[in-house]
Design a protein around this ligand. Sequence first.
Ligand SMILES: NC(=O)c1ccc[n+]([C@@H]2O[C@H](COP(=O)([O-])OP(=O)(O)OC[C@H]3O[C@@H](n4cnc5c(N)ncnc54)[C@H](O)[C@@H]3O)[C@@H](O)[C@H]2O)c1
Length: 279
Amino acid sequence: MKTGFEKFNLQGKTALITGAAGLLGIEHAAALLESGAHVVLTDVRADELDKAVMKLIAHAPKERILTELLDVSSPEAVRCVADSLQVKGKRVDILVNNAAIDPKVKGEQGVLETSRLEHFPLDQWELQVAVGLTGAFLCSQVFGAAMAQDGKGGVVLNVASDLSVFAPDQRLYRKDELPESLQPVKPVTYSVIKAGLIGLTRYLATYWADAGVRCNALSPGGVFNGQGAEFVLRLSKLIPLGRMATHDEYRAAIQFLCSDASSYMNGQNIVMDGGRSVW
Ligand SMILES: NC(=O)c1ccc[n+]([C@@H]2O[C@H](COP(=O)([O-])OP(=O)(O)OC[C@H]3O[C@@H](n4cnc5c(N)ncnc54)[C@H](O)[C@@H]3O)[C@@H](O)[C@H]2O)c1
């Protein structure tokens, strides 16, 4: 029986991370590498994937890092990556559904503010849902099913957001110089996708439980990444800890949720938001 920190050990396991070239994707990869796993970094941006590898090999052997170009919204592309990994003799034991499109809320002088519900473009709705929600479904369909099929089980982790449990506070994005009709907002897609991921998490948690596949969600709060001072101040006032997260503050949660350390956790949404949701 594994004891204590042994349960965090991911040696011999392979983790596939979607959207791995982004701000948090690379942190998830670093966390899993630190726990001994092999990682498959996947993203649509080839150049950023190369940069991610360069950063990660400073801390982990290159042999434990693979990359695959993957558009999660394409069933063919997901299948193609699964086939490619099979040829390479890699079994995906851990799937981290992390990819998302999160357009920055800017707000500019103009005639139309397309972040607002009334004007939100249907093509943006479809694109963002295709990546953030359908993509998680498609990857789970292929990699989760494979985990269940061979009897070895595995872990699916959906990266949601604190906005999976509460509505965006649109006052955060206000620009005092703009009229009401042009005030930028956090788009409706973000709330819908993140709440949808929690439904997917619960569904998957029960669906393959008999086959040893667990599924949980991690809901991070906002990460400081050079946002404007006014926004950071407004948001920090909504957070009991009084600040945004640093980019590496979710690493330990990733290690916990992807390893046997969380072997009896299934179907849960772990909200790490500095306490924002309890205020
Ligand atoms: N950064 C935050 O403050 C924060 C807070 C809460 C939740 N999250 C969530 O964490 C996750 C990662 O966020 P991030 O800040 O690293 O975002 P990011 O934009 O830096 O990274 C997202 C990655 O997804 C990739 N991507 C876009 N379309 C894709 C597609 N079709 N197929 C595959 N990959 C695609 C992008 O190329 C990018 O590398 C997201 O799900 C996000 O919603 C982030």
